[in-house]
Design a protein around this ligand. Structure first.
Ligand SMILES: N[C@@H](CCC(=O)N[C@@H](CS)C(=O)NCC(=O)O)C(=O)O
Length: 226
């Protein structure tokens, strides 16, 4: 059974949880007290991941300590031959890898600003927010071009692990003072990810809801996904 070292408020750990939910992969969660416990900086955890970061995925003897590696493994293992990881198409695969690299810049900017605002992590938060907006402008340009071609996701015409890698820190960015107002294509893409079958929430990221009239005058909220 897969084992995920997890923290409920971690956007990086959520990437793994979301991918496993979408792929229907069963796993055991091992909660790590990131805050306030700092358990990820204690010797036992550092033995597992010397970088002291979450998430970590363990499958037998295999220990993966990076979310991009984890997504790659999950898609390869649970979705062969694979639309989530288009291994048979070199151009698509390379584009996926490019967006996986881009996702790290989201963690370093939007993710860092969120840590600053949520747990007072010392940081030049204005520089982090400016970096996030630079990344968001690049993402917005790309998603606008994709939408023009009728594509809702980052690479070609299918959702891939690139979408899962980039989604959390964009969706969570208002927690770090980075609004989505100027990014309509990004907002459309966030909704497209939320519509994926198997989508799950985390604190700060809510499923889409549609407002329905169940009987005249009675309005009910129904979850579209999750
Ligand atoms: N490259 C890593 C980075 C993950 C990352 O930054 N995780 C955060 C939690 S969301 C963390 O553990 N940071 C350690 C710390 O801030 O002390 C990955 O994507 O897996």
């Amino acid at each position: 059974m897969l084992k995920l070292y997890d923290y409920v408020l971690s956007g990086s750990a959520y990437k793994a949880r979301l991918m496993m939910a979408i792929l229907g992969a069963p796993y055991e969660a091992v909660p790590v007290d990131f805050y306030p416990g700092n358990e990820h900086r204690q010797p036992d955890f550092l033995d597992l991941n010397p970088a002291g970061t979450l998430p970590v995925l363990v499958d037998g003897d295999l220990v993966l300590t990076d979310s991009a590696a984890i997504l790659t493994y999950l898609a390869g293992k649970h979705d062969p031959p694979g639309t989530w990881l288009p291994a048979g198409d070199p151009a698509r695969l390379a584009q996926v890898v490019q967006w996986l690299a881009f996702s790290q810049s989201l963690t370093a900017t939007a993710g860092a600003a969120r840590l600053h605002d949520m747990i007072n992590r010392p940081l030049d938060v204005e520089a982090a927010r400016a970096g996030a907006h630079r990344a968001f402008r690049e993402l917005e340009r790309h998603l606008t071009a994709q939408a023009f071609d009728g594509n809702a996701f980052l690479v070609a015409d299918q959702p891939t692990i690139a979408d899962i890698a980039c989604f959390p820190y964009v969706a969570l960015s208002p927690d770090g003072g980075i609004a989505h107002d100027d990014y309509p294509a990004i907002r459309g893409w966030l909704d497209a990810v939320k519509r994926l079958p198997g989508f799950i929430e985390m604190p700060g990221i809510h499923a889409l809801h549609e407002v329905r009239e169940t009987e005249p005058g009675v309005v009910a909220m129904a979850a579209e996904a999750g």
